[in-house]
Design a binder for this molecule. Structure first.
Ligand SMILES: NC(=O)c1ccc[n+]([C@@H]2O[C@H](COP(=O)([O-])OP(=O)(O)OC[C@H]3O[C@@H](n4cnc5c(N)ncnc54)[C@H](OP(=O)(O)O)[C@@H]3O)[C@@H](O)[C@H]2O)c1
Length: 322
């Protein structure tokens, strides 16, 4: 099974990356240690976003690795994302330049529109109220970032099929990737097939069900309960026991076998290693089928943008059915 997926235009994305979106507030050292440990283990793909507040720390770690000569820039794959207050044609460049400054890089490998929802720009760190976005105009500004050499590839996150189709139809540079929530409870086969049919590499976020997310979001003032305990699922445990693998490894391997990239977050060196070692076993077709049967459809969704702002459910650009 490939350790890389090839994106449109031939650019390669490592099949396993490090997620950095869900660290507890004020834990800079934990983020720094996690990124360092991941690079030591051989991770070369790091997922961040302007919204996560981890770009600056990642930048510091990367700077050390790059200037010591331990790693070359072309061996890394760095993804970051345009926040909601940047989903305007005249704001894309501002935000990407700021992310590059924080990351201490000349370019990112993948720049994503974080969500289809635009929020008024109050200042660079402050989103205002939700407004309707012009995705076609914003995409043109994303394409200009590729032309300017600030992003090697560009893509989308949390967009639905209709929204992606609209971007594709008007695009000069096609979206290279879509990052979406994919867990065993929310497998989104139709959206994944649409992407694969259009040569869009799918990246799964919160693949492990984001255990502990309730506590992390509570620190940021949001009230969202933890999702189901996916890692404790008996079917997955039984399958793992057959291969001598953990539940997390079974889940991540399941997605990799479906040509889906995974970006699990961990701050624990043992778990970081576990999540990276997915290439010495293969799930049988029967086991894949059994895991497919765990799909609960839309009711299995963990993150809904409306959990953060309830009125978003009525918003024209709200990407989910409810
Ligand atoms: N585009 C978007 O809108 C969006 C939304 C959400 C997330 N993301 C991205 O996707 C990344 C991953 O999603 P996520 O952080 O929500 O959730 P996740 O990767 O599903 O789960 C992370 C949690 O699982 C624990 N964990 C990690 N490996 C484990 C293992 N092998 N065994 C047991 N527990 C394990 C971690 O705890 P320890 O740290 O203690 O190991 C951490 O609390 C994010 O960090 C972010 O980069 C993107």
């Amino acid at each position: 099974m490939a350790k890389y997926q090839t994106m449109i235009g031939g650019y390669k994305i490592p099949s396993v990356g490090l997620g950095t979106g869900t660290f507890e507030k004020g834990k800079e050292e934990v983020v720094e240690n996690a990124v360092n440990a991941a690079l030591e283990l051989g991770y070369r793909h790091i997922d961040t976003a302007f919204m996560y507040d981890t770009e600056e720390i990642i930048g510091r770690v990367l700077k050390r690795w790059l200037s010591s000569g331990k790693i070359k820039r072309e061996d890394l794959f760095i993804t970051t994302k345009l926040p909601n207050q940047g989903v305007f044609a005249d704001k894309v460049e501002l935000f990407l330049k700021r992310s590059l400054e924080l990351l201490q890089l000349d370019y990112v490998d993948l720049y994503l529109i974080h969500t289809p929802i635009a929020m008024e720009f109050i200042d660079i760190n402050t989103p205002g109220k939700p407004v309707v976005a012009d995705h076609v105009a914003v995409w043109k500004a994303m394409e200009q970032q590729v032309d300017a050499g600030r992003a090697k590839t560009i893509g989308l996150s949390n967009f639905n099929i209709k929204q992606i189709e609209k971007v594709i139809q008007s695009s000069r540079i096609k979206p290279a990737s879509l990052q979406i929530e994919l867990t065993v409870c929310l497998q989104q086969p139709e959206l994944v097939k649409f992407c694969h049919d259009n040569d869009i590499v799918v990246v799964s976020y919160s693949s492990l069900g984001s255990p502990g997310i309730g506590k992390i979001l509570a620190q940021k003032g949001f009230d969202m309960p933890d999702g189901p305990n996916i890692l404790g699922d008996e079917t997955l445990k039984k399958i793992g026991a057959k291969y001598g693998k953990s539940t997390a490894q079974v889940i991540l391997r399941f997605f990799i076998q479906k040509n889906i990239v995974v970006i699990p977050k961990s701050s624990n060196p043992t778990r970081l290693e576990e999540n990276f070692n997915l290439f010495d076993f293969s799930l049988s077709m029967d086991d894949v089928k059994e895991i497919e049967n765990l799909d609960k459809g839309e009711s299995g969704r963990l993150f809904r943008l409306s959990q953060f702002i309830p009125s978003l459910k009525e918003h024209l650009d709200y990407p989910y059915p409810y």
